[in-house]
Design a protein around this ligand. Structure first.
Ligand SMILES: [Zn+2]
Length: 200
């Protein structure tokens, strides 16, 4: 795996699609498929030395590129897949009931309306919970057992999902994606733990 940062691929209309390696980006440049870029930021990659001229080839890559043609990713406009990894990141590892922050190993997926009561396994019905809070809640209704949610669950947009799933987002990529994320998102709350502690 390369240590270089990933490049954000957009479709021609500017919708964020996915993270690609710089090799993939170089391929799009070489095929003249990069239509435009919203950023000045980028870096240069160097290729081999030409035996004919003795010069080294290089290519300038932008950190965000809009690629012409095929948007083959069928998942592009669909709600991102719900996984524990993405869920815990959405909720900044903060338990929705006690408001404490934990490592992934101590966190669970809690269904606000329990599945045994017909609750669905979807973004808008799940929150991050620590083990003890999850066991305490069990399959009760919250109002029956005097527990309450410290934040409201929501489905992340594709932009937010891309942000959550890449640990090495560059400043301009961060700015581009964040601008597309709705105000209710946890992305706009710097420290969710601090934020919810005021609600307890
Ligand atoms: Zn808890």
């Amino acid at each position: 795996m390369s240590a270089r940062p990933l490049i954000l691929q957009l479709d021609i209309a500017g919708n964020p699609c996915r993270w690609i390696t710089y090799e993939d980006a170089a391929y799009y440049y070489a095929k003249d498929l990069v239509a435009w870029t919203p950023t000045e930021d980028g870096f240069t990659i160097h290729g081999g030395k030409s035996r004919m001229t003795g010069t080294t080839s290089f290519m300038d890559l932008a950190t965000i590129i809009a690629v012409r043609g095929e948007v083959s990713d069928k998942g592009l406009y669909r709600t991102p897949t719900l996984t524990n990894r993405a869920l815990f990141r959405r909720d900044q590892n903060v338990c929705a009931f006690c408001g404490e922050e934990y490592g992934h190993d101590h966190l669970t997926r809690d269904h606000v309306v329990a599945q045994s009561r017909g609750g669905k396994d979807v973004w808008t019905n799940v929150v991050t919970a620590c083990g003890p809070c999850n066991r305490r809640k069990d399959d009760h209704n919250l109002h029956d057992i005097d527990m309450k949610l410290l934040y409201v669950p929501y489905a992340p947009s594709r932009s937010e999902y891309l942000l959550l799933m890449n640990r090495n987002v560059l400043a301009d990529q961060m700015e581009f994606l964040t601008a597309k994320i709705p105000a209710y998102s946890h992305v706009h709350i710097d420290n969710l733990k601090e934020h919810v502690s005021k609600k307890k």
